[in-house]
Design a protein around this ligand. Structure first.
Ligand SMILES: Cc1cc2nc3c(=O)[nH]c(=O)nc-3n(C[C@H](O)[C@H](O)[C@H](O)COP(=O)(O)O)c2cc1C
Length: 329
């Protein structure tokens, strides 16, 4: 069973599922696993310390996928000067044969031309219809629209994926995928029924065997339910949806105490701390972990291919049940 949409056609994939960028985790192992399972995944360029490390991982992914297309995530920053590595990421990716890109974090203005010149496609991920319209005007090839349930940085948008999506579908003509809180096949079927072309996911895949994070974290997510996440740093205008652990509670405490700049949180909110303490050492409460309520759907640590297979099977079941709801009068 497969679904055919403008996104499956655009990316040449079997299933309308994109695995979005995942800082420090979106590497060749998990990306190749979802690609080999018929979906699309994006290696997260900003996780690599150097262009040569990025190049080495792209080569590894190419070997693991045996020629199947995979993508690169270009996460932009609004901080002055912080995007100086981005042209290098694009150049290395194009040199290594990558043609699929996901951008996020800021306007894709300076990316579109370089990617198109190199024969690539760009899906821009953003949290509001207004941002999506601007990106469409800049010439991106598809939009990933995320709701406030998204694990990671959903922006200041207060709307859920499906409210956002229903409005966007009235206003955006490009292929459109929805993300945020999606962790089950039923929701994929619902997104397609709404008129979207697919979904972008992250949290549900955190428990995949191929994700290079400590099993203690994956087991915490398996044991968790839909209340596993919380939003931090909203008071700084930098909302971040994360695992509701001790580190997140400490951030809440500091915010309640009046902390209003990133520096006041010290290394508590640094991704280098998360990588070392949580992902490598398995101290699940020792750092901030991007995660949304979709993590609550995870019920075992398993290969990514099994997750994709279950999602597609359950989406097909939900779609056929839905088709049966329509009756001739
Ligand atoms: C651990 C983790 C790290 C993430 N890091 C990034 C990132 O670096 N860049 C990015 O564009 N999105 C990032 N995201 C967001 C995902 O790409 C995706 O948009 C999101 O997970 C979809 O929402 P969901 O988590 O509810 O499925 C991250 C998500 C998670 C769970």
């Amino acid at each position: 069973m497969a679904f055919r949409t403008r996104i499956t056609d655009l990316f040449g994939i079997r299933h309308p599922i994109l695995l979005g960028g995942m800082h420090h985790l979106g590497q060749s192992g998990i990306v190749a696993a979802v690609v080999n399972a018929g979906a699309m995944g994006f290696i997260t360029a900003r996780s690599f310390e150097s262009l040569e490390d990025l190049r080495a991982d792209l080569r590894r992914c190419r070997e693991l996928t045996q020629g199947k297309a995979f993508g690169v995530n270009l996460t932009l920053s609004r901080r002055p000067g912080a995007n100086r590595h981005v042209p290098g990421w694009i150049e290395v990716a194009l040199e290594e044969g990558v043609r699929h890109f996901e951008s996020a974090g800021d306007s894709p203005e300076r990316l579109v031309e370089a990617i198109h010149r190199g024969g690539g496609l760009l899906v821009h991920k953003c949290p509001s219809v207004r941002h999506a319209q601007s990106a469409a005007r800049l010439g991106v090839d598809a939009i990933a629209l995320v709701g406030c349930e998204e694990g990671g940085h959903p922006g200041a948008n207060p709307l859920s994926a499906f409210v956002n999506g229903a409005f966007a579908l009235e206003q955006i003509g490009l292929p459109l995928v929805l993300g945020g809180g999606i962790g089950s096949g039923r929701q994929i079927a619902a997104a397609l029924a709404l008129g979207a072309d697919g979904v972008v996911m992250g949290s549900r895949f955190m428990v995949a065997r191929e994700v290079r994070a400590h099993d203690a974290l994956k087991q915490r997510i398996v044991d968790a339910d839909q209340y596993c996440s919380t939003a931090i740093l909203g008071s700084l205008g930098d909302t971040w949806r994360v695992l509701h652990n001790d580190a997140a509670r400490e951030v809440h405490r500091l915010e309640a105490g009046g902390a209003r700049s990133h520096a006041e949180f010290g290394d508590l909110i640094l991704s280098s701390r998360t990588r070392q303490r949580v992902y490598e050492e398995g101290d699940v409460d020792g750092g901030i972990v991007s995660l949304g309520p979709a993590g609550g759907f995870a019920d075992e640590i398993e290969p990514a291919a099994r997750i994709v297979e279950k999602l597609v099977r359950d989406a097909a079941l939900a779609a056929s049940a839905f088709a049966g709801v329509m009756v001739a009068q």
